[in-house]
Design a protein. Structure first.
Length: 97
């Protein structure tokens, strides 16, 4: 009787171990499918990554700063040469700046 119950518990333990391994494999497969579907949806929506957004935002900020510096230099040169100032920038008229 002892040997029969040991064999039963051994088989039951092996069956549970196999079931746990199968469940783990299914979870990995589900995670992989879920991740690939999420990435596909984001690609289809043309969602930009945060790092790319921040890089472009910094480039735009630097370009605006350079533009302001160049406008100031042009204004100083126009004043020095006695030329009437250039007409206002259309972009600054729209934004009020």
């Amino acid at each position: 009787m002892t040997q029969t119950s040991n064999r039963f518990f051994d088989e039951l333990g092996r069956l549970m171990n196999d079931a746990a391994g199968a469940a783990q494999g299914m979870k990995r497969e589900f995670d992989t499918v879920w991740r690939s579907q999420a990435e596909k949806v984001l690609r289809d929506l043309d969602v930009v990554k945060r790092e790319e957004f921040e890089a472009v935002r910094d480039m735009a900020r630097l370009a605006r700063e350079e533009n302001e510096t160049l406008k100031a230099r042009i204004a100083a040169l126009e004043t020095k040469l006695g030329i009437s100032p250039s007409p206002p920038d259309i972009g600054s008229m729209r934004t009020g700046g």
